[in-house]
Design a protein around this ligand. Sequence first.
Ligand SMILES: NC(=O)C1=CN([C@@H]2O[C@H](COP(=O)(O)OP(=O)(O)OC[C@H]3O[C@@H](n4cnc5c(N)ncnc54)[C@H](OP(=O)(O)O)[C@@H]3O)[C@@H](O)[C@H]2O)[C@@H](O)CC1
Ligand SMILES: [K+]
Length: 517
Amino acid sequence: MRRVGIHGTEPLYGLEATRSIERTASSALPPHTLMARAGLRVAELTRALAPHARCIWIACGPGNNGGDGLVAATHLQHFGRSTGGLPDIVVTLCGDPARLPPDAAHALQQALATGLQIQDAPPSSFDFAVDALLGIGCRRPPEGLLADHLRILRSSGAPVLSVDLPSGLDINTGVLMRAPGENPQASQERHTLSLLTLKPGLFTANGRDEAGQVWFDDLGVPPCDGVLAQAQLICEAPHSTAPRRRAHATHKGSYGEVVILGGQDIAQAGAGMTGAAVLAARAALHGGAGRVYVALLGETPGEPAVRWDPECPELMFRSVAALMSSALMQTAVIVCGCGGGDVVAELLPAVLAQAPALVLDADALNAIVKDSHLQARLQERSASGWITVLTPHPLEAARLLGSDTATVMSDRLAAAQHLSDRFAAICVLKGSGSVISAPGRMPMINASGNAALATAGTGDVLAGMIGSALALPPGSFEQTVQRVAGAVHQHGRLADRWIQTAHAGHLTASMLAEQAL
Ligand SMILES: NC(=O)C1=CN([C@@H]2O[C@H](COP(=O)(O)OP(=O)(O)OC[C@H]3O[C@@H](n4cnc5c(N)ncnc54)[C@H](OP(=O)(O)O)[C@@H]3O)[C@@H](O)[C@H]2O)[C@@H](O)CC1
Ligand SMILES: [K+]
């Protein structure tokens, strides 16, 4: 058993693949072996997480997830007896014992034979709970007595260990089907022990919040040949642009150029968004790009409102006209959008036609939604081997796909992949558990980051960091995708470090940009 999210990458298996691995492993082992292993692991983790608990509630459901809970309860009761009777183990079972599936029916039989009693109701108070109500067999919102138990479990505030998946969480999408009237405690300590496979739903959409700390045990089953993972979890940056990895005999030209095109001036409709472009530019610079340029949109020709950034004098400001006629359009990574407003639409035909490496964010994405010609130009870029990275948040992704946010959030992996396939681009779908996809490749889910990033401007910082990652000398397309994933991961890691080092106050985007390494 191990803690997940610290090192390397992890394959994530959806429902079909997990069922297939389960079938193959079960048929090669004596009956009930997998459940016996699963229940023992749940009991061991429970003991490790709650060594001083006086009352542990094990809430079992009507399927094999409940069977895991029954095996765990049998072990915990045995451990308790050998250590003087504590903790008190209270087991409930939602479901008709006569209709349990064979593995769970066997687990019940064994449990009763050791003297375990099944209670009619949850304990009035408990200091640790095991959620063995529903696992990968959940297809609809929890209902009946099971929903009642889930409500009690999630509103109690006591720490919870979920077996395999938090009950009601969709294995593939991470969408939580809530019990009616459920009022979860956001501060509740949560753990999930994923069995046999790690599942994509644990790491995106509602998954991160519901699962808490994820643990994994493969139940002694090696990865199966021929069973395809649905996604890959990125727990560590695959490629770093950190300066400490630089060779000695290099110079600024070795680390490429980034141009930020955005940051609408306040003279434009009275809505100034200069800060968005500056944040992206600072992030690109701190992220390691050799030279960073900024071209602000909507300034009066000949009278640039912003000539330099006193807090970051390394940034080089250019007028849009000078930039658009310069060789930078071909040699630099162009990051286009960040606070660009409506003006950006006028520039996009030239940008799409000239920039071999392009990151499109925010207003640039919205402009593309409105113009089918721009969409066609965007699609055509990959034929020349040009790189485009789209960085939508869920609403921008919905607009690009002609759907709505709820539909995007109902299957984030599919939405990102759909965008990549449709526009022949690398897509970073932002939000909890950002998804990185590319045409014809397995999507990735980023494991780093936290709610400290939920503040204005952090998306601009990400666009700048991606720009600096792409500014390195070009590699294969696969390397490019990995660099984008590395930048996304690093962006999340900065926020993780921020909360781990107990900084006072909120993380702002400019602080984030300064640390972008
Ligand atoms: N077999 C093995 O090798 C291994 C299996 N393992 C474990 O088994 C788990 C999968 O077990 P599973 O397939 O029995 O599904 P599970 O999640 O327990 O639920 C099915 C039951 O719940 C019911 N139900 C569904 N939705 C409901 C709702 N909303 N509200 C109320 N009821 C609802 C559903 O009823 P039905 O839909 O049939 O009417 C059915 O009775 C897996 O996650 C892992 O923990 C591990 O030990 C590893 C080895
Ligand atoms: K569960």
